[in-house]
Design a protein around this ligand. Structure first.
Ligand SMILES: [Zn+2]
Length: 490
């Protein structure tokens, strides 16, 4: 009995569980989110530093997912450990409510020095509400040749890295620094030295099905140099220019992260708020209008401090992880208490023990727990654009189930109607081109997917009201916020 108890304690300790008597791990924490960075760009060709770091020192998570492919909801989920139906941020320009505790607040209260530097306009405090808990918060956006079509200012990677180097240089006590890079976001205009000509002939954009209700081309993100002489868009050139932005960020990350990894006293977590659709499902050069992998799968690389790096160095793990899981996972690793549940009565606060929310995936990442655990994402819309108003999806390993909803609006009528399901096997069909809903193969865990999706949908008690709620909140925005949202196509 004594031996098994000892083994259990050793295991719990190794996993960082907050046993009584265990002191917090007082290491530095560097959280980097790169706006609009696709998971599949962490390659030797596009991001040689991150790729090499994953191979030599880090743990690369191949099945990480954002709950919503829009900056503000995604970052609110990362900071609170809650899905959007609980934290209530369903769109841009909706600040996080004060009732939700954040990772920064928890670390500040535990003695960490906290600092954030953000490069995306929509993360400014008045629009996103994520600054609390940070002792220092920089939202200066010095680059005025900014994000189209409204020329929204931003902070480019070089300037952001300089700020990050300053924020991570002091070491009198542990720090938590969050940096949000903006560059891969459109318009794709990286410095010339990072551009590579695409291999092969131009690939003019061909809309496969012009009448398809979900096709969308975000022309405003296409630089002039990606236009052919006849005016058509060369999609190979656009993709190459997008890659150049990722290459630029990669070079800057090397400057910042390289020395910290060598020093070995920092937990480094690098991810993205969402990806970018570069033609998948006829959705071009943008994100947020669907729940497919191009936008919803995100890169996730974790480099542990030297003391815990041995078992994770160079490993790839396919455990299911949501951005909602990052705060609980980081807190468990640091041996700090998890974030408090939202108070009863707040949006989506759980009635029973059936809440759908982030949870620590530390043991799954370290290989001592089940790798499969349902992760969820959604798309919400305030207009009946494209007929599809809401999408809800669940992924379990390489199986993904998507449900589409529309809303019938009439006199006194707000009825949400499910249009149908889509089922994809991402292992054999990573671009989600073969919908198997009508002919699910025997190996598909369809019953479990359906049950998990039903749980996720039931937890969103306001699902039928999203369109009206979003329209109401949009009408209440100030003129500047409305101008920016309108310019972005919302
Ligand atoms: Zn974003």
């Amino acid at each position: 009995v004594r031996r098994s108890l000892g083994a259990l304690l050793a295991l719990a300790s190794a996993l960082g569980a907050a046993c009584s008597g265990d002191e917090p791990r007082r290491v530095h924490v560097l959280l980097i989110t790169v706006d609009t960075l696709r998971a599949d760009r962490v390659t030797a060709e596009v991001m040689p530093f991150l790729h090499g770091l994953a191979q030599r020192e880090g743990l690369l998570v191949t099945h990480a997912q954002t709950p919503r492919a829009k900056t503000t909801p995604a970052m609110a989920s990362l900071m609170t450990g809650l899905y959007p139906h609980e934290h209530g941020v369903r769109d841009l320009m909706q600040p996080l409510g004060l009732e939700h505790a954040t990772l920064a607040e928890r670390l500040r209260d535990a003695g960490w020095r906290t600092e954030a530097v953000i490069g995306n306009f929509v993360l400014r405090e008045r629009y996103a509400g994520l600054a609390r808990g940070f002792g220092a918060w920089s939202e200066e956006l010095p680059d005025t040749s900014g994000v189209p079509p409204e020329d929204v200012p931003q902070r480019r990677a070089r300037s952001l890295t300089d700020a990050g180097l300053a924020a991570t240089s002091a070491a009198e006590r542990p720090w938590f620094v969050w940096l949000h890079y903006m560059d891969p976001h459109g318009i794709y205009d990286a410095p010339a030295e990072f551009r590579r000509a695409p291999a092969g002939a131009p690939q003019p954009l061909v809309v496969r099905d012009p009448a398809h209700p979900r096709r969308h081309v975000a022309e405003y993100n296409v630089p002039d140099e990606a236009r052919l002489a006849d005016g058509r868009i060369d999609t190979a050139q656009v993709a190459a220019l997008y890659d150049a932005e990722a290459r630029y960020v990669d070079r800057e990350l090397e400057r910042l992260v390289g020395p910290l990894v060598a020093r070995g006293d920092t937990l480094v977590v690098i991810s993205a708020d969402h990806g970018e659709s570069l033609g998948e499902h006829d959705y071009w050069f943008e994100h947020g209008r669907d729940v497919y992998e191009a936008c919803n799968r995100v890169p996730l690389l974790i480099v542990f401090p030297t003391a815990e790096r041995a078992g994770t160095r160079g490993r790839r793990v396919d455990a299911d992880v949501s951005l909602c899981d990052l705060a609980p996972t980081i807190l468990e690793y640091l041996r700090l208490a998890p974030l408090a549940s939202p108070p009863p009565g707040s949006p989506g606060s759980p009635g029973a023990g059936d809440a759908v929310r982030g949870r620590s995936r530390l043991a799954a990442l370290l290989g001592s727990d089940e790798r499969r655990a349902a992760v969820f994402c959604e798309k919400v819309e305030r207009t009946a654009q494209d007929r599809v108003l809401q999408l809800k999806a669940v992924r379990l390993g390489d199986w993904k189930l998507v449900r589409r909803y529309t809303q019938l609006v009439g006199p006194g009528k707000h009825e949400l109607v499910a249009l149908g399901d889509e089922l994809y096997d991402l292992a054999s069909d990573p671009r989600e081109e073969r919908d198997l809903a009508g002919s699910a193969p025997a190996g598909a865990p369809l019953e479990r997917l359906r049950a998990e999706l039903a749980r996720f949908i039931a937890a969103d008690t306001a699902l039928g009201e999203h369109a009206a709620d979003l329209a109401r909140r949009h009408a209440a925005l100030d003129a500047e916020a409305r101008r920016i949202l309108g310019g972005l196509g919302y």
